[in-house]
Design a protein around this ligand. Structure first.
Ligand SMILES: Cc1cc2nc3c(=O)[nH]c(=O)nc-3n(C[C@H](O)[C@H](O)[C@H](O)COP(=O)(O)OP(=O)(O)OC[C@H]3O[C@@H](n4cnc5c(N)ncnc54)[C@H](O)[C@@H]3O)c2cc1C
Length: 509
């Protein structure tokens, strides 16, 4: 009797677009089933944000996604398999595909944030009704969720406590190997959509771009090798990581990490190898600390539930954020988004973001603090702007960092804001970053590039839109009143919303 063909198993891919260190893939292959990797390009990820009139996924990230899918498909094909791509909502596409192929199971990496969870629940419900078993795996983090020395709901409120505990008690697992072969896929793999089909245009290359991100596992591994080994940048990472202009000052791994083209454990393995063969110092350790920040925000997001997207953050602080309904906010927000606030560090960074899809961590902290702390504008408008433009957008890292800078996250210690003048002097002393992105200031000496309103004759750059110290003092007064009036025991982890419900929609701001 001829052997019956192996039962198909779907492998639902989301932010895990790689073959290395992929537990659900290896587990599915171990069953000797015909494993069918599927990616659904979800149209909800491309709809316009009502308030900001920008797509939820902007052109830089969308292009990176398509490049990553093309790369993964090529890698799968080289091993005898394929990557199936469909445009549509996963809860519609996956049950239809399972039925068409007679799949009996589906493996996938679980997500933790509300919209993603809602989709996941809709998918698993729909598959359950047709008898398809779903198996979810924890992934995405350096520290495996199952290895945490505490229940995730008992996550320490302060990063340092989390880090100390994890560094003391948790051995980091090694990255899993990529499979050597893949089974063939018994259906049409489907064409990748174009940017135009997603309602986007290819972003114009800006000649000032110093670093070009290319999506995909191979490009991510190549960046790892180039930055860490060939350029040998890990040995000085802690000292350079706050740099604003040079692409090698920090790793730039973030976009590949966000899409899962690079696994943090693979980076960690390389750090350990580097430490064994080249040097082990504070700088090499610091990259691991930064990856732990990433983990921390992911676990914070899991415990916060919808509060990650609430104006009062995890603290439930009743801060009277200025919203689009308030007088002047629309204009102020437009000056922030267009990089015309009159504060050169903020303006240079905001222009870099829309020209390249990237902004350094130091600059992100400054522009976020300026919007939320100095102008007192609802931080979620800033987070939504970043969501659209960032190449490395990651739900937990973005909303978690914004919440933190806005003072409504864990570990909020009173009212603090970044003095963008001082930050510019400290981190851009020769004004190279400012002059790179603000051509009108290119010819000014550094002290005037930092304060162009003092230049004579006048230069073509807007005057500061506010008196920073006065605006921050007013914001502080409102903050102190709010702290006095806020609940201390906000509820934790309410149920996720229905799929398609939008976090931070204009009605919630
Ligand atoms: C307001 C704001 C929004 C942010 N939004 C995002 C986002 O959407 N996606 C994102 O990946 N990072 C975000 N970050 C964190 C950080 O700015 C970027 O990870 C970093 O700038 C990426 O550059 P890099 O890869 O060269 O970082 P490196 O300095 O080389 O760090 C190595 C890796 O560690 C992780 N990491 C470093 N700092 C942080 C941090 N503060 N929080 C979480 N992870 C960190 C990243 O994965 C990064 O790739 C945000 C920070 C702020 C202040």
């Amino acid at each position: 009797m001829p052997a019956s063909p192996p039962t198909p198993i779907l492998l639902w891919l989301r932010n895990d677009l790689r073959l290395h260190d992929h537990e659900p893939l290896l587990a599915a292959l171990a069953t000797h089933a015909s494993v069918i990797p599927v990616y659904c390009v979800d149209p909800r990820h491309f709809v316009a944000d009502d308030a900001l009139a920008v797509p939820k996924t902007g052109p830089f990230r969308a292009r990176f996604l398509l490049e990553s899918l093309a790369d993964l498909r090529a890698s799968c094909r080289a091993l005898g398999g394929d990557l199936v791509v469909r445009v549509g909502e996963p809860e519609v596409v996956l049950p239809a595909l399972a039925r068409e192929l007679g799949a009996t199971a589906m493996h996938f990496h679980a997500e933790v944030t509300s919209e993603e969870l809602a989709v996941e629940q809709a998918v698993t419900r729909a598959l359950a009704t047709i008898g398809v078993r779903c198996r979810a795996y924890a992934g995405h983090t350096l520290v495996h969720r199952d290895d945490l020395p505490f229940d995730v709901r008992e996550l320490p409120e302060v990063f340092t406590r989390f880090r100390n505990r994890v560094e003391r008690d948790v051995p980091i697992r090694e990255a899993l190997p990529a499979p050597a072969t893949l089974p063939s896929v018994p259906c049409d793999a489907g064409a990748l959509p174009t940017l135009a089909a997603l309602g986007l245009q290819d972003p114009e290359p800006d000649p000032r771009t110093r670093f070009t991100f290319v999506g995909g596992e191979r490009a991510g591994l190549e960046r790892l090798s180039a930055w860490m080994w060939r350029e040998d940048r890990l040995r000085t990472y802690k000292q350079t990581r706050n740099g604003l202009l040079s692409p090698n000052d920090s790793s730039r791994f973030s976009a590949w990490l966000a899409f899962g083209c690079l696994s943090p454990r693979r980076i960690h393995d390389e750090v350990r190898r580097y430490e064994r063969t080249r040097v082990r110092n504070e700088d090499t350790h610091w990259l691991v600390v930064e990856l732990l920040w990433r983990d921390y925000f992911r676990f914070v997001a899991e415990t916060a539930g919808p509060r990650l997207f609430a104006a009062g953050g995890v603290q439930g602080l009743r801060f009277p954020w200025r919203t689009l309904r308030d007088r002047g906010v629309r204009e102020e927000l437009a000056r922030w988004t267009s990089g015309t606030t009159g504060f050169p560090l903020v303006d240079a960074a905001m222009r870099e973001l829309t020209a390249t899809g990237f902004m350094s961590n130091r600059a992100r902290q400054n522009v976020a603090s300026f919007l939320a702390r100095v102008l007192g504008i609802d931080w979620r408008l800033g987070a939504a702007w970043f969501e659209s433009w960032l190449l490395d957008y990651d739900v937990s890292s973005n909303w978690g960092n914004w919440m933190y800078v806005a003072g409504v996250g864990n570990d909020a210690r009173g009212f603090r804001f970044f003095n963008v003048y001082k930050q510019a002097q400290d981190y851009d002393p020769d004004a190279a970053f400012i002059r790179h992105w603000l051509p009108a200031l290119a010819a000014l000496p550094p002290h005037l590039a930092h304060r162009p309103e003092q230049a004579s004759p006048r230069v073509d750059h807007p005057a500061p839109m506010v008196d920073m110290f006065r605006a921050a003092r007013e914001s502080e007064q409102r903050y102190l009143r709010a702290v006095g009036a806020s609940p201390t025991d906000a509820p934790r982890s309410p149920a996720p919303p229905a799929p398609g419900s939008r976090r931070g929609g204009s009605s919630r701001r």
